[in-house]
Design a protein around this ligand. Structure first.
Ligand code: ATP
Ligand code: LTN
Length: 326
């Protein structure tokens, strides 16, 4: 199967990104044709610093590799290095009703936060995302829950194109993990854990042991000191249980049984220990890759872009033919 997914270069990758998206990416590498993209053009829709953008892009490539994406098995590339993404985005713009874009939850939230500083890129963001996906005949898109609505839109756009111009695009499917599709903020478990959220809301994939300990210690819980999974009434503890179970590779029921009768203090100590142990290899691998940044990582991205470009340009040629442009 063709698998495609992407993450923006800005912000620190956290355990929500890992459990929601990257962990699935790694699993899909066996026996599938995977393309993983650093979506820098999407990041331009938020406030960013041009001085540090290229560095953030390189850092994200290192994160992909440190987390376990194998360049021998998967294609890794930077979105802006394959111009066909913006070209297809334009064609798809002409097929997308504005009302559908205005209904997107992420757009509503982000534009509300930005008020007058909201930009057209933010509205068109899901069309560029649809272009990313459709450009590679993608069948499966592994993402966290917050991206499900965008993939629904990509499916609608693909179907609309096929209906208007004849069978062209595969209609992609979102793939969410069973658990961990929506890891919540440690500070406010009603909100999702997020790169752009409040400080301490997220454990970064590369946090050192002391930082992990502090963040888990100050994670919001509740007052009844009972460890059980009940997202509605006990959102904080339930979120910690999901994280614990995922990193221990056991079911929530197994974790509940293991922790029965323990205090929140002991639970948090156990969770801290599991996180430190699980994240340690990522930190080590990243340190190694930092040293090979210039040659090795640049080469992977350049090879990746070449491969992506070959696929993208033949697909664009097909789209242009169907649309009557050539
Ligand atoms: P931002 O705060 O800038 O929106 P983010 O933390 O939401 O960033 P993205 O780059 O938008 O991160 O998401 C990358 C991938 O991680 C997507 O597939 C997304 O669905 C997934 N993801 C993001 N946050 C979570 C979360 N809290 N739980 C599970 N998956 C998540
Ligand atoms: N919007 C996504 C990032 C993204 C993406 C994609 C994910 C851009 N293009 C294509 C999957 C497939 C996000 O996580 N914020």
């Amino acid at each position: 199967m063709r698998i495609f997914s992407g993450i923006q270069p800005t912000g620190e990758i956290h355990i929500g990104n890992y459990l929601g998206a990257i962990k699935q990416w790694i699993e899909f590498q066996e026996g599938n044709d995977c393309i993983y993209c650093i979506v820098d053009l999407h990041a331009l829709t938020s406030d960013y610093d041009p001085e540090t953008m290229r560095d953030s892009i390189m850092n994200k490539a290192i994160v992909y590799l440190a987390a376990g994406i194998d360049p021998e098995k998967s294609t890794i590339f930077v979105q802006s290095e394959v111009k066909e993404h913006t070209e297809l985005c334009w064609y798809l713009n002409t097929l997308t009703p504005i009302g559908e874009l205005e209904r997107m939850t992420q757009y509503k939230e982000k534009s509300k936060r930005k008020k007058k500083r909201s930009n057209a890129g933010l509205l068109n963001y899901p069309i560029l995302m649809a272009a990313d996906i459709l450009l590679y005949d993608t069948e499966v898109v592994p993402v966290g829950e917050d991206q499900k609505q965008h993939i629904e839109l990509a499916r609608d756009i693909a179907k609309r194109f096929n209906k208007r111009f004849g069978e062209t695009f595969k209609v992609p499917k979102a793939q969410l993990p069973k658990k961990g599709a929506r890891i919540m903020s440690l500070k406010n478990p009603k909100n999702k854990m997020s790169k752009s959220g409040k400080k301490g809301n997220a454990v970064s994939l590369f946090d050192d042991p002391k930082t992990i300990e502090e963040k888990i210690k100050s994670a919001v819980t509740d007052t009844d000191n009972k460890i059980s999974y009940d997202p509605k009434d006990k959102p904080g503890i339930s979120n910690l249980l999901v994280i614990y179970s995922e990193f221990k590779d056991q079911t929530i029921e197994e974790s509940e049984k293991e922790l029965k009768g323990e205090s929140y203090k002991v639970f948090k100590e156990k969770l801290t220990e599991v996180l430190i142990e699980s994240l340690d290899p990522f930190r080590k691998k990243r340190r190694e890759l930092e040293k090979r940044r210039e040659v090795y990582v640049e080469e992977i991205l350049s090879q990746g872009a070449k491969k992506a470009k070959t696929l993208a340009s033949s697909n664009i040629a097909r789209v242009k033919r169907k649309m009557g442009l050539v």
